[in-house]
Design a protein around this ligand. Structure first.
Ligand code: AGP
Ligand code: GLU
Length: 592
């Protein structure tokens, strides 16, 4: 979950590590820390860390002299954010410093053993056992000591180890992502490409079980003691997108990029951008994803069943890993980061069972793209804010495209939807005219403790997504319901003034939606509707309406979701929330 960086080269390590770390902060940000090996006769390792964000670390850290170092931004799994729990972690002698991403599942047992052997373990983390194990096994060869230490670890890890006595970095990976950036006379280690992209575009992706010894001029990788060659790859990533470009937050910048994202994805001809589709002979399909990507999957299910008649089910990655699942022979996985551990674990299980995997991801070179048989890259370009916005819309566009490409689609329908896709970016731009009205509505939500989102049919997942956005960035309790389910329980919670956000698209569910709205009205709820701009009657039944530009109902989730993204954003802004870095969350969830 965290961000890891390492540097060895001919320049001062500290400014480079700080710069790389700030580009990774979106991964985890409850604490941060840095360790640099001094370039003098004693080669001491100097560490500065605390439960602070990277900006504060940069500001407060004393100058750490040296050309080899490691740094970390943490997303706590074991022990709260604190100075002692922040990484890097050291052994008793201060000879080894370690940064770690992942979870050591047998750390309790190892900790007891190490304490019994005289090691002084001071943090609550699972990580701290690693430097102590290295200390235990070190007899003048860091690579050997790390290899022996990881042999006793259970769980997942990407680690970078710094040693006072050896001018090198030793790295190891199992289950958590790790790359090496290659440049002349310097090498970079990172958990994610954005960290190092302004220094080099040549990278090596490590595989599980790899151990690497890195010096400024060399990279040596072994697996099970055997030397192994890993191909150097070129990564293509836009450097400018890491800036906020004048916006107050990445989230609002990314929301405003959505017309561009859709334009890039549909290019000149909506159907030519992706040539990948579902195989013709599949009898049924599964979609696996988590969080917001799961909501994209639910919309995909609706589109695929409606246009292709192929039975489709959608499951959470975190659920399929712990039950017997009967998979069809083709599965679509959706993950913007391509690194979500729950999804990757299920991919590995499915692959063993012979399932063909089609991944939809936003990150070229991500683990999901490397595991899958086929990959569709969404063109959202790096998304920094923890809340997924443009990457979600890009996932929907990919799902529309791959469905429309399928030969089962009625040609007339294909033509209509392809034309609608082309007109969509302009409609999103028109939707942005609603921002002042959405800000007014945010003032109402700001006073509330509970908000209900209701939708039907293809807009039911939009209700789920609207409520997830509000929860995660504005910290307002919100629930998303299929509107027809309200009367089966949740209605008991409604009383005067409680906001109900009703998505009332012009589709076959419209009349039923009006009935649901009336039911909430009758309990005194404050109803805010998202309705088609041509809907002339909804005003009579609700307290507030956002008139959404007209589109085909199958594409209506795009516009409705963007309106709800804005609503969550402006509510969070009024509440003074740290919008891009919501508490307890991380952009890429690399632990199960
Ligand atoms: C989105 O706003 C969330 N922060 C989160 O639910 C996210 O969608 C989920 O963790 C899945 O991530 P992925 O798409 O990178 O797999
Ligand atoms: N499990 C480790 C900890 O809690 C690492 C967490 C992370 O990946 O940031 O410190």
């Amino acid at each position: 979950m965290c961000g890891i960086v390492g540097y060895i080269g001919n320049r001062q390590a500290e400014p480079i590590l700080m710069d790389c770390l700030s580009r990774l902060e979106y991964r985890g940000y409850d604490s941060s820390g840095i360790a640099v090996r001094e370039n003098d006769h004693c080669n001491d390792i100097n560490v500065y860390k605390n439960a602070v964000r990277v900006a504060e670390l940069k500001e407060k850290s004393p100058h750490l002299n040296g050309t080899t170092g490691i740094a970390h931004t943490r997303w706590a799994t074991h022990g709260p954010p604190s100075l002692l729990n922040a990484h890097p972690h050291l052994d008793c002698s201060g000879r080894f410093a370690v940064v770690h991403n992942g979870i050591i599942t047998n750390y309790q047992e190892l900790k007891q053993q190490l304490i019994a052997e005289g090691h002084d373990i001071i943090s609550e983390t699972d990580t701290e056992v690693i430097p102590h194990l290295i200390e235990k096994y070190y007899h003048g060869n860091l690579e050997k000591a790390v290899t022996q230490a990881i042999a006793v670890l259970k769980g997942s890890y990407a680690i970078v180890v710094l040693c006072k006595d050896e001018p090198k970095l030793v790295i190891a990976k199992m289950g958590s992502p790790m790359i090496i950036g290659i440049s002349d006379c310097e090498k970079f280690i990172a958990s994610d490409t954005p960290a190092i992209i302004s220094y080099t575009d040549k990278v090596i992706y490590l595989e599980d079980g790899d151990v690497g010894v890195i010096t400024e001029n060399s990279v040596a990788i072994t697996k099970n003691g055997e030397e192994i060659r890993r191909e150097e790859k070129h990564v293509d990533m836009c450097k400018a997108d890491i800036q906020k470009n004048g916006y107050a937050h990445y989230m609002i910048k990314e929301i405003h990029e959505q017309p561009r994202v859709i334009r890039d994805m549909i290019a000149d001809n909506a159907l030519l951008t992706t040539r990948l589709t579902i195989s013709e002979n599949v009898q049924s399909l599964s979609i696996i994803a988590c969080g917001t990507s799961y909501h994209a999957g639910l919309i995909g299910e609706y589109v695929i069943e409606e246009l292709l008649g192929i039975p489709t089910n959608v499951s959470f990655g975190s659920e399929v890993n712990h039950r017997r699942m009967i998979f069809p022979n083709e599965v679509i996985v959706i993950t913007q980061s391509g690194e979500t551990a729950d999804v990757l674990t299920s991919m590995k299980t499915m692959q063993k069972a012979g399932v063909k995997l089609l991944a939809i991801t936003n990150v070229p070179g991500s683990t999901a793209s490397r595991i899958s048989d086929r990959t569709i890259y969404t063109k959202a370009v790096l998304e920094v804010s923890a809340a997924a916005t443009k990457s979600f819309i890009a996932q929907l566009i990919s799902l529309y495209q791959l469905t429309l490409l399928h030969p089962f689609v009625d040609p007339k329908m294909r033509e209509i939807l392809a034309a609608e896709l082309v007109s969509l970016p302009a409609k999103v731009e028109k939707l942005f005219d609603l921002e002042p009205q959405i800000m007014e509505c945010a003032k109402y939500l700001n006073q509330c403790t509970d908000v209900y989102f209701i939708g039907r049919g293809i807009n039911y997942p939009v209700a789920l997504e609207g409520s997830l956005k509000l929860k995660e960035i504005a910290y307002v309790h919100a629930e998303g319901y299929a509107a027809g389910e309200l009367k089966h329980g949740p209605l008991a919670l409604l009383c005067a003034g409680v906001p109900v956000i009703a998505i009332a698209a012009q589709d076959s569910n419209y009349e039923a939606m009006l009935t649901s709205i009336k039911e909430t009205n009758a309990r005194g709820a404050f109803v805010i509707a998202l309705a088609d701009e041509n809907d002339k009657t909804i005003e009579d039944s609700v307290d507030m309406v956002f008139k959404i530009p007209h589109t085909h109902y199958l594409l209506s989730p795009v516009l409705n979701t963007i309106a709800l993204q804005l609503l969550a954003y402006y509510t969070a802004k009024l509440r003074g929330c740290p919008i891009d870095f919501p508490r307890n969350l991380a952009k890429s969830v690399t632990v199960e």
